[in-house]
Design a protein around this ligand. Structure first.
Ligand code: F6P
Length: 409
C-alpha cells in the first residue's frame, strides 16, 4: 500500500456517450482505490435523476433532448448537486471523488472545471464503438427498472434516441486541462494530456490499463462424434457421453453464479454451455465467432490418420512447426491469436459486472486463451493439455495468481 500525502486528492470526471462502460469503470476505479486504502466515492447523476423524477419521465428519450429546455435545466441541477456533494466529500475525509455522467458537451465540462477548482480534476472519456458490444450493452440497459413499463423493442428505441440526442452535443475531450481518452473495450489509452501535477496518477493509470481476471472457468466442449474418430473441425454434435459430461458440468457449477457463458459459434460449444446455463438462475449464452476452433482448411472433417495417409506433406510440415503452420485455405495458431484475443476482450467487457466468467471453447482456442494468461513459449502453445473431463480455473489479479486444472465429475 502506498503512503499518501495529505494533499493527494483528486476529482475524476467520467465522460462518454451512454452505454460506453462509464459506470463500470467508475466501480472498477473506486474498488481499486479503496483496496489501496484511498477513500473514494462515486457521484452518479443518473442515480439522482432516478430518485428525484418519475421513471417514466427519465426513461423517455425526450428528457435528453438538447431542445427540451426544462429537462436541460433539471439535468444541470442534478449535475450541480453532485458537484457540491463531491466538493464537500473532498473537503472532509474523501480523497477521490468520481463524478459519473455523460458530460458530453464542452459547456458542462467547463462548469465542472470552474467549480471543482480546489484539487486537480482529471476527465476520462470512455470510447467504444464496437457494434456487438454496443448492441449487448444496450440490451442490458433496457432491462433496468427504468424501462419496466416498455416492452423490449420500444425500450431499445428510446435508448437509441437518447444516444442520438447526446450525439448532437457530444464533443470529445481536447481543451480540458487534464484528460485521458480510454478505449474501454481494450483498456487502452488513446490520448492523454496533463497540465496539473496529479499525485495519484501513476496509481490510476495502472488501474486503467490492468486486466484483472477474478475467476475464469475455461472449459473445452464435451465429447463429439468427431472426437471419437479423431476427426478435426466441422460442426459435429455431442455424443451421449458428451451430453452426460455437459450435464455433469451443469451440476458442478450449479452452486456458482455464472451470468454469461461465452462460446464459439459451433454447436458443440453451445450445447455444452446450454446444459450449464440450464442449472443457473439467470445466465445467458453468447456465441462469439472469435472463439471458433482453428480452421483446418482443406483438412476440415478429416482424421489425423487420413491427413497422414493422403496429405503427408501437410502432416509432416505441421508436425515440424505447428505454431506457425497455416493449413492450406485455413489457419495457423499464430493467425488465430488476434481474433482469440479480441474474443477475450469482448467477453471480459460484457462480463464486467460479475466476478465469475466462463468460456466454453475448443482445443486450439483454449490453448490460445491459456497462453494469454500464462506465459508459454510460442512453440509450446499447440501442445498445452486441454482435456474434456476437466476445466481450467484461472485467477489473475494484482494480489492473487492461481492456475488449476480441476475435475468436474
Ligand atoms: O480434435 C479436435 C480439435 O478441436 C480440431 O477441431 C482441431 O483442428 C484440433 O483439435 C486442434 O488441435 P491440434 O492443433 O493439436 O491439431
Amino acid at each position: 500500500m502506498k503512503i499518501l500525502m495529505s494533499d493527494d486528492k483528486l476529482y475524476i470526471v467520467l465522460m462518454g456517450l451512454p452505454a460506453r462502460g462509464k459506470s463500470t469503470l467508475a466501480v472498477r476505479l473506486r474498488d481499486a482505490f479503496r483496496r489501496d486504502g484511498i477513500a473514494t466515492r462515486i457521484f452518479n447523476n443518473g442515480n439522482l435523476r432516478r430518485i428525484y423524477r418519475p421513471l417514466a419521465e427519465t426513461s423517455s428519450a425526450e428528457f435528453y433532448s438538447p431542445n427540451n429546455a426544462a429537462a436541460v435545466e433539471l439535468r444541470k441541477t442534478f449535475a450541480r448537486m453532485n458537484m457540491e456533494r463531491a466538493k464537500a466529500y473532498l473537503r472532509n475525509a474523501g480523497q477521490v471523488a468520481i463524478l459519473d455522467a455523460t458530460n458530453a458537451g464542452r459547456e458542462r465540462r467547463a462548469m465542472l472545471e470552474a467549480y471543482l477548482d480546489d484539487h486537480p480534476l482529471l476527465f476520462i472519456e470512455c470510447v467504444n464503438d464496437d457494434a456487438d458490444i454496443l448492441a449487448l450493452s444496450i440490451r442490458e440497459k433496457t432491462k433496468l427498472p427504468e424501462f419496466n413499463h416498455l416492452e423490449g423493442a420500444a425500450a431499445r428505441e428510446e435508448f437509441l434516441k437518447r444516444i442520438a440526442y447526446y450525439r448532437m452535443i457530444y464533443c470529445p475531450l481536447g481543451s480540458e486541462r487534464n484528460y485521458v481518452r480510454l478505449e474501454s473495450l481494450q483498456n487502452r489509452i488513446l490520448e492523454e494530456k496533463h497540465t496539473d501535477a496529479i499525485g495519484l496518477y501513476v496509481q490510476l493509470r495502472d488501474y486503467l490499463v490492468t486486466d484483472e481476471v477474478k475467476n475464469l472457468f475455461l472449459i473445452r466442449h464435451t465429447q463429439t462424434e468427431y472426437n471419437l474418430e479423431d476427426r478435426i473441425g466441422g460442426d459435429p454434435d455431442l455424443t451421449v457421453r458428451g451430453r452426460d459430461q455437459a450435464e455433469a458440468l451443469g451440476q458442478f457449477f450449479s452452486t456458482k453464479k455464472i451470468s454469461y457463458i461465452f462460446t464459439s459459434s459451433k454447436l458443440r460449444t453451445r450445447k455444452t454451455a446450454e446444459a450449464i446455463a440450464a442449472r443457473q438462475a439467470d445466465c445467458r449464452v453468447i456465441a462469439l465467432k472469435e472463439f471458433d476452433e482453428i480452421h483446418a482448411g482443406v483438412c476440415e472433417g478429416m482424421t489425423y490418420a487420413e491427413i497422414e495417409r493422403h496429405l503427408p506433406q501437410i502432416f509432416r510440415e505441421r508436425e515440424a512447426h505447428k505454431y506457425d503452420y497455416v493449413y492450406p485455405e485455413g489457419e495457423s495458431y499464430a493467425l488465430m491469436k488476434t481474433r482469440v484475443e479480441a474474443g477475450i476482450k469482448k467477453s471480459f467487457f460484457l462480463n464486467r459486472r460479475s466476478n465469475n466468467i466462463m468460456i466454453v471453447g475448443h482445443q486450439a482456442v483454449n490453448r490460445m486463451i491459456l497462453s494469454h494468461f500464462l506465459y508459454r513459449r510460442e512453440e509450446d502453445v499447440p501442445y498445452i493439455y486441454v482435456p474434456q473431463d476437466r476445466f481450467y480455473h484461472i485467477v489473475s489479479t494484482q494480489h492473487k495468481k492461481l492456475f488449476e486444472l480441476k475435475r468436474y465429475d
